[in-house]
Design a protein around this ligand. Sequence first.
Ligand code: BES
Ligand code: MN
Ligand code: ZN
Length: 497
Amino acid sequence: MNVTVVSGDLAGMETPLLVVPVFEGDAVDPAAAALDRALGGLIASVRARGDLAGKAGDALVLYPPAGSKAGRVLLVGLGKADGLTAEKLRRAGGTAAKQAAKLRSSSAVFALPASSIEAGEAARAVAEGAVLGAWTFTELKAAPEDKPAPVELADLRLVVAGDGERAVAEEGARVGNVVGRAANLARKLGNLPGNVATPSHLASVAEEIGGRFGMTVTVLGPAEMEAEGMGALLAVARGSDEEPRFIVLEHRGGAEGEKPLVLVGKGLTFDAGGISIKPAAGMEEMKFDMCGGAAVLGAMEAIGELGVKANVVAIVPSSENLLGGRAMKPGDIFRAASGKTIEVVNTDAEGRLILADALHYAKRFDPAAVVDAATLTGACVVALGHQASAVMGNDDALVEELRGAGDRSGERCWPLPMYDEYREQIRSDYADIKNSGGRPAGAISAGWFLREFVDYPWAHLDVAGTAYGDGKLAYLTKGSTGAPTRLFVEWVLSRAG
Ligand code: BES
Ligand code: MN
Ligand code: ZN
């Protein structure tokens, strides 16, 4: 999407679709008030009739009188003026893009409202929401024959109040555009089914990103994993004919010798549960079990495109978890790359196995901090539903940073406690640890398992409830959400200064 910034009088904007945000209550945006005078009081009369309260999520298309420069005016509610957030603007951007598609308009003008939110942040949020909202997943589906080819929003002009705000808004719009596209890459990878988005496919996407931005790409196959002693990852891959891949991308945007930030993502391309097989109903959703890895790849695309001045390493261990004559079995014990032995009491707790070898591998980079993201536990969904990812770690300041990045990016995360006592749940009678701590606090005992493999500042995001969903949010669609791509980028940007 081409996103530009202009300033000037709204009534003078020649466009098929003019998007005008409105607040709940009496607050009237001065620019919108001037536009309304030019429209002969159309907006005021609609509001006086009570047809648009201005609540967040409200939207109404108006047809202005002949002679107006705008073909249509889309009013989008932002809620109370004093409660405006970047997320509400992001959603308004999404609403604008979806309405544009519905109205078959490839271009639109969006009037950024005067508010407490700084122009750069507002432009970023609207651009991000619009890029996310315009995105569709149609790769594997024929277009309906009885309908004309879809039109998507391709050209978005953001209007700021004065010329003084243009430069910051342009920069914000650029970042929002890049981050939106990065999340869309993650969404696409997430939605692609297990037979398409295989471990080798994820590796080829990493190679493509690395090639585009001059990153170092390393891809390990089974023989190299064997040489690294990655017995935990290899145990998961045993039941599958599809070869596993261990994917590493290095962005060197910071000073030489500066410790890198490391992003690790679970790239489990299909999780049948293994011998501890999952129930059939809904099992198709387990194609989303690589969404953590997809978000890491999406974030690296944004980091490359933004030329972030920090060293960032991405690690995506990738495998399927299937059943077969050679598949790992409950009771089997494997040695991880760290040397620790793991008793597999449940083959469906495979994510932590592949992450164990990835977290150990991260040590060689002498990281400043490592953050992993994984659709790790159903227990996380029980705890937090679909409104927030869980965050936990061995460094409270890092957890706090991630919470902040989550709030700002609209991909929220909420901390779970890592009390020492939870560690008891993964004690094994036969090996150093076991891979399941049972049902109580399942998200936390999974976190403790991962913690066994780290000796650096580390945090873990359980995105089982947030990586995919029903698509009810204004800028999303059913399926992969791209989370936590935006959170990752926000965190890296906050660290890069
Ligand atoms: N990929 C699943 C977790 C999951 C469940 C993600 C639901 C999204 C929605 C993971 O590999 C898994 O199966 N975890 C088990 C762990 C248990 C066996 C200790 C779970 O949560 O049931
Ligand atoms: Mn599983
Ligand atoms: Zn899984």
